[in-house]
Design a binder for this molecule. Structure first.
Ligand code: SF4
Ligand code: SF4
Length: 187
Protein backbone atom coordinates (compact mmCIF):
# COMPACT_ATOMS: atom_id res chain seq x y z
CA UNK A 1 0.00 0.00 0.00
CA UNK A 2 1.37 3.38 -1.03
CA UNK A 3 0.14 6.86 -0.15
CA UNK A 4 -1.66 8.49 2.74
CA UNK A 5 -5.40 8.13 3.33
CA UNK A 6 -7.26 11.36 2.82
CA UNK A 7 -10.75 10.65 1.48
CA UNK A 8 -13.64 8.45 2.64
CA UNK A 9 -13.45 6.42 -0.60
CA UNK A 10 -9.72 5.72 -0.04
CA UNK A 11 -10.52 4.59 3.47
CA UNK A 12 -13.22 2.26 2.16
CA UNK A 13 -10.81 0.75 -0.34
CA UNK A 14 -8.14 0.36 2.34
CA UNK A 15 -10.53 -1.48 4.67
CA UNK A 16 -11.69 -3.76 1.84
CA UNK A 17 -8.08 -4.41 0.86
CA UNK A 18 -7.10 -5.28 4.43
CA UNK A 19 -9.94 -7.79 4.63
CA UNK A 20 -8.69 -9.53 1.48
CA UNK A 21 -4.93 -9.72 1.99
CA UNK A 22 -2.85 -11.95 4.21
CA UNK A 23 0.01 -9.49 4.46
CA UNK A 24 -0.18 -5.71 4.18
CA UNK A 25 3.07 -3.83 3.51
CA UNK A 26 3.10 -0.02 3.82
CA UNK A 27 5.56 1.46 1.34
CA UNK A 28 6.98 4.99 1.46
CA UNK A 29 6.73 8.01 3.73
CA UNK A 30 3.13 8.91 2.83
CA UNK A 31 1.83 5.47 3.78
CA UNK A 32 3.96 5.32 6.92
CA UNK A 33 3.61 8.84 8.33
CA UNK A 34 1.20 10.65 5.94
CA UNK A 35 4.33 12.31 4.50
CA UNK A 36 4.52 15.67 2.79
CA UNK A 37 0.71 15.86 2.56
CA UNK A 38 0.42 16.10 6.32
CA UNK A 39 2.69 19.16 6.51
CA UNK A 40 -0.26 21.39 5.54
CA UNK A 41 -2.20 20.43 8.68
CA UNK A 42 -3.99 23.46 10.07
CA UNK A 43 -4.06 25.46 6.83
CA UNK A 44 -5.89 22.77 4.89
CA UNK A 45 -8.92 24.82 3.80
CA UNK A 46 -6.63 27.57 2.53
CA UNK A 47 -4.55 25.08 0.53
CA UNK A 48 -7.65 23.40 -0.93
CA UNK A 49 -8.99 26.77 -2.06
CA UNK A 50 -5.67 27.74 -3.55
CA UNK A 51 -5.37 24.50 -5.54
CA UNK A 52 -9.00 23.91 -6.49
CA UNK A 53 -10.37 27.47 -6.32
CA UNK A 54 -14.17 27.45 -6.65
CA UNK A 55 -14.28 23.64 -6.71
CA UNK A 56 -12.57 23.22 -3.32
CA UNK A 57 -15.83 22.36 -1.57
CA UNK A 58 -16.56 19.52 -4.01
CA UNK A 59 -13.73 17.45 -2.54
CA UNK A 60 -14.69 15.33 0.41
CA UNK A 61 -11.37 15.00 2.22
CA UNK A 62 -9.95 14.83 5.72
CA UNK A 63 -6.42 15.56 6.98
CA UNK A 64 -4.01 12.92 5.60
CA UNK A 65 -3.43 9.91 7.83
CA UNK A 66 -0.91 7.08 7.80
CA UNK A 67 -2.22 3.65 6.77
CA UNK A 68 -1.66 2.16 10.24
CA UNK A 69 -3.98 4.79 11.67
CA UNK A 70 -6.83 2.68 10.29
CA UNK A 71 -5.63 -0.89 9.79
CA UNK A 72 -2.95 -3.29 10.96
CA UNK A 73 0.26 -3.01 8.93
CA UNK A 74 2.43 -6.13 8.83
CA UNK A 75 5.65 -4.68 7.41
CA UNK A 76 6.99 -1.25 6.54
CA UNK A 77 9.37 -0.03 3.86
CA UNK A 78 10.22 3.61 4.66
CA UNK A 79 11.59 6.49 2.57
CA UNK A 80 10.58 9.19 0.12
CA UNK A 81 11.15 7.52 -2.18
CA UNK A 82 12.11 4.15 -0.67
CA UNK A 83 15.64 3.00 -1.41
CA UNK A 84 15.64 0.65 -4.40
CA UNK A 85 17.84 -1.94 -2.68
CA UNK A 86 15.73 -1.89 0.49
CA UNK A 87 12.52 -2.23 -1.50
CA UNK A 88 13.80 -5.19 -3.51
CA UNK A 89 15.41 -6.88 -0.51
CA UNK A 90 12.30 -6.48 1.64
CA UNK A 91 9.85 -7.68 -1.02
CA UNK A 92 12.19 -10.55 -2.00
CA UNK A 93 12.49 -11.62 1.63
CA UNK A 94 8.72 -11.51 2.12
CA UNK A 95 8.11 -13.50 -1.06
CA UNK A 96 10.46 -16.19 0.22
CA UNK A 97 8.60 -16.42 3.51
CA UNK A 98 11.08 -14.39 5.55
CA UNK A 99 10.75 -11.12 7.39
CA UNK A 100 12.62 -7.98 6.32
CA UNK A 101 15.13 -6.65 8.83
CA UNK A 102 15.10 -3.00 9.68
CA UNK A 103 17.54 -0.33 10.67
CA UNK A 104 17.87 0.68 14.30
CA UNK A 105 20.32 3.57 14.03
CA UNK A 106 19.75 7.23 13.11
CA UNK A 107 20.84 8.99 9.92
CA UNK A 108 23.57 10.74 11.96
CA UNK A 109 25.44 7.43 12.21
CA UNK A 110 25.62 7.06 8.44
CA UNK A 111 26.53 10.74 8.13
CA UNK A 112 29.43 10.26 10.57
CA UNK A 113 30.58 7.10 8.79
CA UNK A 114 30.66 9.13 5.57
CA UNK A 115 32.74 11.76 7.39
CA UNK A 116 30.40 14.59 6.42
CA UNK A 117 30.68 17.84 8.35
CA UNK A 118 27.68 18.13 10.69
CA UNK A 119 25.29 20.70 9.20
CA UNK A 120 23.58 21.20 12.55
CA UNK A 121 26.86 21.99 14.31
CA UNK A 122 28.62 23.82 11.49
CA UNK A 123 25.78 25.73 9.80
CA UNK A 124 23.12 25.60 12.53
CA UNK A 125 20.89 23.95 9.93
CA UNK A 126 17.73 22.28 11.30
CA UNK A 127 18.79 18.75 10.34
CA UNK A 128 16.49 15.95 11.54
CA UNK A 129 19.18 13.27 11.20
CA UNK A 130 19.47 12.68 14.98
CA UNK A 131 15.90 11.33 15.23
CA UNK A 132 15.46 9.82 11.75
CA UNK A 133 15.78 6.17 10.87
CA UNK A 134 18.94 5.41 8.87
CA UNK A 135 19.06 3.34 5.70
CA UNK A 136 19.45 6.01 3.01
CA UNK A 137 23.21 6.36 3.60
CA UNK A 138 22.61 9.95 4.76
CA UNK A 139 21.60 10.90 1.23
CA UNK A 140 20.74 14.55 1.94
CA UNK A 141 23.59 15.51 4.31
CA UNK A 142 25.98 13.90 1.79
CA UNK A 143 24.87 16.70 -0.55
CA UNK A 144 25.02 19.39 2.12
CA UNK A 145 21.24 19.39 2.61
CA UNK A 146 19.65 18.87 6.05
CA UNK A 147 17.71 15.65 6.59
CA UNK A 148 13.94 16.15 6.34
CA UNK A 149 13.08 12.99 8.25
CA UNK A 150 11.50 11.16 5.31
CA UNK A 151 12.29 7.70 6.71
CA UNK A 152 10.37 8.29 9.93
CA UNK A 153 11.45 8.23 13.55
CA UNK A 154 14.20 5.95 14.79
CA UNK A 155 13.54 3.87 17.91
CA UNK A 156 14.59 5.64 21.12
CA UNK A 157 14.74 9.04 19.40
CA UNK A 158 15.65 11.73 21.92
CA UNK A 159 13.15 14.50 21.27
CA UNK A 160 14.28 16.66 24.19
CA UNK A 161 17.90 16.61 23.12
CA UNK A 162 16.98 17.49 19.54
CA UNK A 163 14.89 20.43 20.78
CA UNK A 164 17.86 21.57 22.85
CA UNK A 165 20.15 21.35 19.81
CA UNK A 166 17.65 23.28 17.68
CA UNK A 167 17.30 25.98 20.34
CA UNK A 168 21.09 26.27 20.47
CA UNK A 169 21.08 26.56 16.68
CA UNK A 170 18.77 29.56 17.00
CA UNK A 171 15.40 28.10 15.99
CA UNK A 172 12.32 29.54 17.66
CA UNK A 173 9.81 27.36 19.54
CA UNK A 174 7.39 27.70 16.63
CA UNK A 175 10.02 26.70 14.07
CA UNK A 176 10.94 23.66 16.16
CA UNK A 177 7.29 22.64 16.52
CA UNK A 178 6.76 22.99 12.77
CA UNK A 179 9.90 20.95 12.12
CA UNK A 180 8.84 18.12 14.42
CA UNK A 181 5.18 18.23 13.40
CA UNK A 182 5.88 15.97 10.45
CA UNK A 183 6.45 13.03 12.78
CA UNK A 184 3.03 13.44 14.37
CA UNK A 185 2.61 11.33 17.46
CA UNK A 186 5.57 9.10 16.64
CA UNK A 187 8.05 11.55 18.20
S1 SF4 B 1 24.43 16.78 9.38
FE1 SF4 B 1 22.51 16.02 10.21
S2 SF4 B 1 22.61 13.81 9.89
FE2 SF4 B 1 24.69 14.60 9.71
S3 SF4 B 1 25.58 14.38 11.76
FE3 SF4 B 1 24.74 16.47 11.59
S4 SF4 B 1 22.66 16.32 12.43
FE4 SF4 B 1 23.34 14.24 11.96
S1 SF4 C 1 18.73 12.10 4.65
FE1 SF4 C 1 16.77 12.21 5.66
S2 SF4 C 1 15.36 13.24 4.20
FE2 SF4 C 1 17.22 12.57 3.09
S3 SF4 C 1 16.68 10.58 2.22
FE3 SF4 C 1 17.69 10.20 4.20
S4 SF4 C 1 16.04 10.11 5.71
FE4 SF4 C 1 15.20 11.03 3.86
Amino acid sequence: MEGSITTPSELERLLAFRRKVHLLVAVGACALTAGVNSLVRGERRQVMTRVYAGQADEWDTFPPQAVDHFVKVDAQIPGCPPEKSELLNSLGTLLHGGWPGHQVMPVCMECRINENPCLLERDRAPCLGPVTLAGCNAKCPNLGVPCEGCRGVVAEANRDELCRLFLTAGLTDQEIRHRLDRFGETL
